[in-house]
Write a protein that binds this ligand. Sequence first.
Ligand code: AMP
Length: 282
Amino acid sequence: MKIVKTIDEVRRQVKEWRAQGLSVGLVPTMGYLHEGHASLIDASHRDNDRTVVSDFVNPMQFGPTEDLESYPRDIERDAALVEEHGGDIIFNPEPSEMYHEGFSSFVDMNVLTQELCGLSRPVHFRGVCTVVSKLFNIVQPDRAYFGKKDAQQLAVIRHMVDDLNMDIEIIGCPIVREEDGLAKSSRNTYLDAEERKAALVLSQAIDLGINMVRNGETDCTVITDALKKHISAEPRARIDYVKIVDLATMQQITTIDRPALCAIAVYIGKTRLIDNFFTEDV
Ligand code: AMP
């Protein structure tokens, strides 16, 4: 397992693998890896001969008041996890390696990004699409792995790959949770002990929603009202959004009469956490 800092070196290595007829999987991450990331690396290791894990806190996907500076980083720890899960390269470029002076080309999308996280984070998906396109061009993987935890991101990437004819199979992987239900996230490290307890309202709300759908509830307002009520009872929680959207368009719907996504974003103190369920998985 190698830590690689330059685009040239990743390209050289992937070319060598290609010459041997080996398949390549890519797992894009922002590092500070946990078992959620590990599950993507495991899936890639299972499906491909070689796995590249990118580990890059992408400045372009953070808004001016967001947590770019404080985002946790620990490349040595990340490298150990990647090695343990069968990854072959961890690509950890400096921002200047990814964005040279005068960088001015972007990949953006005006569908799927108008709702949910796109509303509260206006520059986010442009940053995600641009960096993921760059990573796809650098690594040219057969397959790339994304978590359903970031459900809107997964939809946006699938759409981008389709629109731009990128010959890469996109694999969506289930959400990995802590034992008590909290979805694993690098941002969970921001939570103090009291906030960590309070953060359970997210997964509890998701469970509540799953149960309502299982019991046949199809009225989106009835479901989202119940989730909001549960979350609002926690004084440390502040709702950003609780919404049910059409999985294909990411537009809000009133009745669950097609594949849908129930997605929530909640501030616990200053930390913004997300969680969701897909109705097709219920
Ligand atoms: P991040 O480093 O947070 O940008 O995440 C990198 C990738 O890991 C994204 O595709 C995420 O959806 C995925 N991921 C993050 N947390 C989880 C989790 N708890 N379960 C599954 N996938 C996850």
